[in-house]
Design a protein around this ligand. Structure first.
Ligand code: GDP
Length: 297
């Protein structure tokens, strides 16, 4: 699971404080040095680390903290609060359309987990809201992607709209939306193509789909295992498409967790969901405070 070594390192840093009866400013500085290294080793973006340690330090060396009866606990509380702030403060739900359907467009690089996530979200909403989603297969460059989405649709009993690989994705989306309006689906998920790298042709196509579908949410799906690359990918997709949220997949893998910790601060866009496995039930709503608690162990 992600964050294991970060959790160990942070607990180690706090232990140093707990041993002391009275905590001095120098002790806080030593602890902050350890936290800074732990975050950098967890592959957190250096600027995010810098801002974070600055905020914690400023609050932790205050007199009311150092002079209190339990300075170590107060400092852990500050770290927890600032970690939560870095992760985004509050859980941000899907943007719901006032009229059905709510349209969600999934974007991201190939292999990030878009198609799987479309299935996970469909399953999640079926279970929690008895939703009736339609999934549109818009990845015409990878025939296996369409097949994969259809298989997921069958497993979940969720309809999949596809027109094969010979029609332009924009046209597929146009006709798929028409079908959703006719069938009164309450959600539409658009699975789009990914490439191995961010490129202009892909962005153009995604912009066209965005202009046509006017999605309520554009969720960028990124693979936590790719570390800071995931953050750079998020930054460029956000600049081109003005995404509305991020999904971080593969948090179950042996990742250091830095991407999850950096993305919100770098892009300003909330993480809405995380993927924690290959099964269609392995999806969690992202709660910054719970994640911060998990990281602190
Ligand atoms: P796409 O190309 O972006 O549509 O990616 P896919 O949905 O095909 O996913 C690529 C691979 O990642 C597949 O083998 C998925 O089973 C796997 N995958 C997706 N999400 C997760 C996750 O949260 N955890 C793990 N361990 N694997 C995942």
């Amino acid at each position: 699971m992600a964050f294991e070594s970060l959790t160990d390192r942070l607990q180690q840093a706090f232990k140093g404080l707990k041993k002391k009866g009275k905590v001095t400013e120098a002790d806080v500085r030593e602890m902050m040095r350890e936290i800074r290294l732990a975050l950098l080793e967890a592959d957190v973006n250096f600027k995010v680390v810098k801002d974070f340690t600055k905020r914690v330090s400023e609050r932790a060396v205050g007199e009311e903290v150092l002079e209190s009866l339990t300075p170590d606990q107060q400092i852990i509380k500050i770290v927890n609060e600032e970690l939560t702030a870095t992760l985004g403060e509050e859980a941000v739900p899907l943007n719901k359309s006032p009229k059905i359907p709510t349209i969600v467009m999934m974007v991201g690089l190939q292999g990030a987990g878009k198609t799987t996530f479309a299935g996970k979200l469909a399953n999640f909403l079926k279970e929690n809201e008895k939703a009736r989603p339609l999934m549109i297969a818009g990845d015409v460059y990878r025939p296996a992607a369409i097949e994969q989405l259809k298989v997921i649709g069958q497993q979940l009993d969720v309809p999949v709209f596809d027109m094969g690989t010979e029609v332009s994705p924009v046209e597929i989306v146009r006709q798929g939306l028409e079908q959703a309006y006719q069938n009164k689906n309450d959600y539409v998920f658009i699975d789009t193509a990914g490439r191995l790298h961010v490129d202009e042709v892909l962005m153009d196509e995604l912009s066209q789909i965005k202009a046509l579908a006017q999605p309520n949410d554009i969720l960028l799906v990124v693979d936590a295992m790719t570390g800071q690359d995931a953050v750079n990918v998020a930054d460029s997709f956000n600049k081109q498409l003005d995404i509305t949220g991020v999904v971080v997949t593969k948090l179950d893998g042996d990742t250091r967790g830095g991407a999850a910790l950096s993305i919100r601060a770098v892009t300003g866009k909330p993480i809405k969901f995380v993927g924690t496995g290959e099964k269609l039930t392995d999806i969690e709503v992202f709660h910054p405070d719970r994640m911060a608690n998990r990281i602190l162990g």
